[in-house]
Design a protein around this ligand. Structure first.
Ligand code: TRP
Length: 673
């Protein structure tokens, strides 16, 4: 057990049981399930994909979800802070780096949702007209729905929709878990309901079942291609929401007593169950109309599936109904995911700065809306749409390639190494087992230390190899840019550079002035006698930083002045209950080992002959490490047991009574309302 951290003193928001399951599965279930999965499954050969997919789920997906949830749950902090608590500054840096990547992905994820709003509106009518004149594109008339989509993205409306989706996210996040729960209680059941409707429609189409079977027929030969495995592992990372620390944020709002293994299994299996339904439904609809699924997610979502829907029997009413249903489904699934990504960032900022939730949410969402507008830029840079058509789409494609394909896996890999080797998988496992009914064996350590990082490293290396061999991603687009946009050929180089600079810069900036470091910088030098030279001073040395050290040395350096001093620690000097603790005597040049008995502000005082030696400045130390105050732990545990036990009883009642939250389940941090 490590020493309690002062951060623990602040009450943290907490999920209700049902609320957590809904919110975490809502995070996992998103565009990844409805669009990316069928697109990837088709691209990688359906049956060849499903087996690697299941292997990825078992070997990497579920173990990593356990790790991420456990980090949050055990440390009760957002990702960077939780990683810092288990592996110091490197961990914190990795945490911010992950969130910087997450922020970038969120920017375009939200833009895709903005387009979904546009398409949902179009689905009320315009989307189903056979062809639509799309100004600015070569093919002045394009077959719908592609025509409608290009008309949408080359106009100004998406900019408004981007702002709208960010506003919706801000609204859902405004009160943290309480307001998230309220939203997911509507979205998640509705999502499942709409998915089932879509599935029934798909399977009852002539030929629909064959499409679904195509997805599940294993294809052993296809599995020999490493690209299939890479696709499967990337898909698992994305669909489970692991790799960006988002689940750590959600896990940090779990009570410590929550069953981690069971939580991870519930969320993973719910997610993959939904994906299974979605894959079946989409494959059924597409194959019934021999529409070709496309690897490009944008195409899949905005042309191919709508193209299938357009041919549904039942006349215009059925088409409009299912069309609107599809885009509303995407929106709900997407919103419950984007909310989690933004919460990942917001929670980290809240744990890092003294900020009110309201302000943090506002700042993040306003910045997001501004930056996210980049991906909705309507300039037509390629009228043939070979390089995606508009500037926004081109940017999206390039950014997605780097932040998603590389960022996600890099974070996953580093996390395995830091937690598995640095902190120790066995140590983490002990903590997990302490709260889980299904105990993890040693195989878990093996997975986290060897198997998962090994596989992820192999995937990263092989895709990097392909990158080097096959030319920079997106470079071939240059041939299709319209005159005047030729400079865009620089983007394939610029985007990865900016991505790296931004993510690395942000991480370093945010991790640099972290609490541990700041506390270490509090080494205060005080001159006793006048004159320019320092004659005597109290020096605090905290090797390895306060988090790692848990002890410090206080040195008395004196060339003149009293022969020896008594060192006194005044705890919480600015409170009304300042407590004096005599630490011992010090002769000049001597150091005293000091294990602070309590966290918080401490003023160190030197006394000689019972009177304080005047220092020009008080030696104030902000202690973030301390001896374990067992009595405090006991009170915390008993109070916690009463609170959590009470919450569990209340939850049972809440489930019986309907939607009422258990008492204490929505505790707000100070300043959040
Ligand atoms: N899992 C979500 C989906 O399938 C997307 C998502 C939400 C995500 N949070 C994440 C992906 C965190 C990676 C990391 O659409």
């Amino acid at each position: 057990m490590s020493a309690p951290d002062p951060l623990d003193a602040a009450p943290r928001q907490q999920w209700s049981r049902l609320g957590f399951v809904l919110a975490a599965s809502g995070s996992a279930i998103g565009l990844g399930n409805i669009v990316f999965f069928p697109a990837n499954a088709y691209r990688f050969g359906g049956g060849a994909f499903y087996v690697p997919y299941l292997v990825a789920l078992l070997l990497v997906g579920i173990p990593l979800m356990i790790v991420e949830l456990a980090l949050g749950q055990q440390r009760r902090r957002a990702y960077p802070q939780a990683l810092a608590a288990v592996s110091g500054r490197r961990g914190e840096w990795l945490g911010w780096w992950a969130l910087a990547n997450c922020a970038v992905v969120t920017l375009y994820y939200v833009t895709i949702l903005a387009w979904a709003i546009g398409m949902a509106v179009a689905a009320l009518g315009g989307l189903w007209r056979p062809e639509v004149a799309t100004p600015g594109f070569d093919a002045a008339t394009m077959p719908n729905p592609a025509g409608s989509f290009y008309r949408l993205v080359s106009g100004p409306w998406p900019l408004l929709f981007v702002a709208l989706v960010w506003a919706a996210n801000a609204w859902i996040l405004r009160r943290g878990t309480a307001s998230i729960e309220r939203a997911v209680k509507v979205f998640v059941p509705a999502m499942w309901g709409l998915m089932v409707v879509l599935l029934l429609r798909g399977l009852t189409l002539p030929g629909g079942l064959d499409g679904a079977l195509c997805l599940f027929t294993p294809d052993l030969a296809g599995m020999a291609d490493p690209a299939v495995w890479q696709g499967a592992f990337s898909q698992i990372f994305f669909t489970l929401s692991v790799g960006f620390g988002v689940l750590t944020a959600y896990g940090s709002y779990l009570p410590r007593t929550s069953d981690t293994v069971n939580d991870a299994l519930t969320v993973s299996l719910l997610n993959c169950g939904f994906e299974y339904l979605a894959g079946t439904a989409i494959f059924a609809i597409l194959f019934a109309f021999s529409a070709v699924p496309q690897a490009s997610t944008v195409a899949m979502m905005f042309f191919v599936v709508p193209h299938g829907i357009a041919q549904l029997p039942g006349g215009p009413v059925a088409v409009i109904l299912f069309g609107v249903l599809f885009f509303v489904l995407l929106l709900m699934a997407g919103l419950s995911s984007s909310v989690s990504m933004i919460e990942g960032v917001v929670s980290a900022l809240l744990d890092r700065f003294e900020l009110s939730r309201r302000r943090a949410v506002l700042v993040v969402c306003a910045a997001g809306a501004l930056a996210g507008s980049l991906f909705a830029l309507p300039f037509i840079v390629d009228s043939g749409t070979a390089s995606n058509g508009t500037l926004g789409l081109t940017l999206l494609d390039l950014v997605d390639h780097w932040a998603f394909s590389y960022g996600l896996l890099l974070v996953g890999l580093s996390q395995c190494l830091l937690v598995g080797w640095g902190h120790g998988a066995a140590r983490l496992r002990e903590g997990i087992n302490a709260s889980s009914s299904w105990r993890l064996g040693r195989w878990f350590d093996l997975l986290v230390r060897w198997v998962a990082p090994g596989i992820v490293a192999a995937i990263l290396l092989s895709s990097l190899g392909q990158e080097v061999g096959g030319g920079l991603y997106g470079a071939s687009y240059a041939e299709s840019y319209a005159p005047g946009w030729a400079w865009l050929a620089a983007l394939p180089v610029l985007v990865p550079l900016v991505w790296l600079a931004l993510a690395v810069g942000l991480a370093s900036r945010l991790a640099r002035t972290s609490r541990p470091r700041r506390a270490r910088l509090l080494l205060l030098v005080a001159a006793l006698t006048g004159g320019p030279s320092v004659a005597s001073e109290l020096v605090l040395e905290a090797p390895g930083g306060p988090v790692a050290g848990r002890e410090a040395t206080v040195r008395w350096q004196s060339r003149e002045g009293p022969p020896s001093v008594r060192l006194v620690a005044v705890h919480q000097p600015r409170s009304r209950v300042a407590r004096r603790e005599t630490l011992g005597s010090l002769a000049p040049g001597e150091g005293l080992r000091w294990v602070p008995s309590q966290a918080g502000l401490v003023t160190l005082v030197a006394e000689a002959d019972g009177a304080p030696v005047t220092l020009p400045q008080p030696l104030d130390v902000s202690v973030r490490w301390a001896r374990v105050p067992w009595s405090g732990v006991a009170v915390l545990a008993i109070a916690g047991a009463i609170l959590f036990g009470g919450a569990a009883v209340a939850l049972r009642r809440a489930l019986r009574d309907g939607d009422r939250l258990p008492d204490g389940a929505g505790i707000q941090p100070p300043g959040s309302t």
